[in-house]
Design a protein around this ligand. Structure first.
Ligand code: AKB
Length: 314
């Protein structure tokens, strides 16, 4: 059966790459990119694009009506750092955007819905190392709170209405195609740009801040593999833990130095993002994803560093 796929929030760090990957599989015309701005990256202009603000339910409804999607990906969100600057907007966008889409998916009998969660659902009392799928969760950012509440809504719509909604708790995502969107893990992208341009970088996180990260290629592959998995294999209807690679700014800098020997890493004055990083896990246990849909990351620190530097040099 031919899929018709709507991607809401298509211009962001994930959307930019996911739309291209989905178009390769399903054909350009079957993947409808939707955002509040026209795309500036490599989303082809001839392929379908719609202006959509996920807070305007009537507008999303008109798009559902026009395309009758079999799948919807909702990526529009305010991330951890920008969310703290505007908590009410973050809550409104992250929560009501999700509820609008879940309701429309039910109304239009959309077969599958994808919504990303984050490691931000964990908080200061969650275990830091090899953080399990099910554990204490006490997020203290509005982003984390909205993601945890969103996970509960996803599971609720699945249990109560049978909606096939699937989700991943993304770690910090590292990519070169589109700019990161205002997160705590963004340093791990800025560092590559500055290493090549200036030979030095001032980190807003301190030397020992270990966080779970993942290369975008792995994240896109995981998303598509999860969406392709048979429904009866999906045992987690809140959101799957997913692990890639964990490192600190210091360790990442040492890896970059293997290619740019004089690269210098310094640390900036105290930054509000440090407190957020301190509340998050160091590493993630993703046994459920491995068992249910055979998840396995391909990019370790060495491989992602080479790929980032090679592509940013082009
Ligand atoms: C952020 O830092 O806010 C995001 C995330 C881990 O969800 N990259």
């Amino acid at each position: 059966m031919q899929e018709k796929i709507i991607v809401l929030g298509s211009n962001g760090q994930i959307g930019t790459e996911l739309v291209n990957a989905l178009r390769k599989i399903n054909g350009d015309d079957n993947v409808i990119a939707c955002d509040i701005r026209r795309p500036d990256y490599d989303i082809k202009n001839s392929a379908p694009f719609e202006f959509v603000n996920v807070l305007e339910k009537d507008v999303i409804k008109a798009v559902f009506d026009k395309y009758q999607p079999t799948q919807v990906y909702l990526l529009a969100a305010l991330l951890s750092a920008t969310g703290e600057q505007n908590p009410k907007l973050a809550w409104d966008l992250n929560m009501n955007g999700l509820l609008n889409v879940l309701d429309l998916a039910l109304e239009f009998k959309t077969k599958k819905v994808y919504w990303p969660s984050s490691i931000a659902v964990f908080g200061p009392s969650s275990p830091k190392d090899n953080t399990p799928q099910n554990t204490i969760m006490d997020p203290n950012t509005v982003y984390g709170i909205s993601k945890l509440a969103g996970e509960r809504w996803c599971e609720y719509y699945h249990e109560k209405y049978g909606l096939d909604v699937r989700s991943i708790r993304y770690p910090g995502l590292i990519s070169y195609k589109a700019a990161p969107g205002g997160g705590t893990t963004d340093y791990a992208i800025h560092i590559f740009h500055d290493a090549l341009k200036k030979g030095c970088y001032q980190s807003f996180l301190n030397a020992g801040s270990e966080l779970p990260m993942m290369y975008m290629d792995d994240a896109i592959r995981a998303t598509i593999e999860l969406m392709d998995a048979p429904a009866d294999k999906i045992t987690v209807r809140s959101s799957y833990n997913l692990a890639g690679v964990s490192f600190t700014p210091e360790v990442l800098a040492a890896e970059i130095r293997k290619h740019i020997p004089n690269f210098e890493l310094t640390y900036g004055p105290n930054d509000p993002r440090q407190k957020i990083a301190d509340s998050w896990p160091h590493s993630i246990n993703d046994d459920y994803a491995a068992k249910d849909w055979n998840w396995k990351p391909e990019f370790d620190l060495e491989k992602l560093t080479v790929d980032m530097l090679d592509n940013l040099k082009k």
